[in-house]
Design a protein around this ligand. Structure first.
Ligand SMILES: *Cc1c(COP(=O)(O)O)cnc(C)c1O
Length: 229
């Protein structure tokens, strides 16, 4: 087995253990391989090892890979997205995790309508409130969800967040809890057309904690592919 395959096997085991520790079914959690800067050969190793969701951060890089590799997997957009790239995002991706403002949502909706499709999205929340982070503030998230819910060609599937980086993954736990509680609060509103199912949280350093706190998609790069160059 390739080194990438071996890493994936170990990560899957740890996801399953974290799920069982918290009374969840391991099958509720999907592993995304974050492939920014990763070459095609190693992406194919990840696919060989059974990963079927790839996360990309940049439109140009994703476009080249998706067109050149022509593989039967889902591609998700997880990076900051400029509204003027919405057209490409709709064409390239099965889900956009990084919708954090109405202007972007409106543009994605318009481009989805033009392509005669409905695009699955997550609303990205800045739970830490750090200035440098993208994402809507937690306090403003319910209102943004209500507003996006009125758009016919977007389908809100849940929330995404990126906690600050910590040496100790336990420090990320409160942010994961905050996102789960926010999801539950929004779900309780029963907004028509809004399905609060997915919690996209957990990266190489903190995916075990994220799974314990309810993650349904973990986004793992470095722990699969090694340090990015
Ligand atoms: C790069 C990236 C990841 C993966 O980070 P690792 O620490 O390498 O696992 C996850 N989510 C987002 C939004 C990213 O940009």
């Amino acid at each position: 087995m390739s080194a990438v395959g071996e890493n994936i096997r170990r990560i899957r085991e740890e996801i399953a253990e974290a799920a069982l520790r918290s009374g969840r079914e391991p099958s509720e959690i999907r592993l995304m391989a974050v492939t920014k800067t990763v070459d095609d050969k190693r992406i194919l190793e990840a696919i060989e090892a059974g990963v079927d969701i790839m996360g990309e951060n940049y439109i140009q890089e994703a476009k080249r890979k998706i067109e050149a590799m022509d593989v039967d997997v889902k591609w998700h957009m997880i990076g900051h997205l400029q509204s003027n790239k919405a057209k490409y995002a709709v064409r390239l991706f099965d889900m956009v995790h990084s919708v954090d403002r109405m202007g972007l949502a409106a543009e994605l909706d318009k481009r989805s309508a033009a392509a005669d499709r409905v695009t699955d999205i997550l609303v990205e929340v800045n739970v830490s409130g750090e200035e440098s982070k993208s994402g809507v503030r937690a306090d403003d998230a319910p209102a943004l969800v209500r507003e996006i819910a009125r758009l016919d060609n977007l389908s809100i599937r849940g929330l995404m967040t990126m906690p600050p980086w910590f040496d100790d993954p336990e420090d990320a736990r409160p942010y994961c809890v905050a996102l789960r509680e926010l999801k539950d609060r929004i779900a309780a509103e029963e907004i028509p057309g809004v399905e609060m199912r997915e919690l996209s949280m957990g990266m190489s350093g903190d995916y075990r904690v994220a799974v314990e706190e309810g993650a349904t998609i973990v986004r793992v790069g470095t722990a699969i592919f090694g340090a990015r160059v």
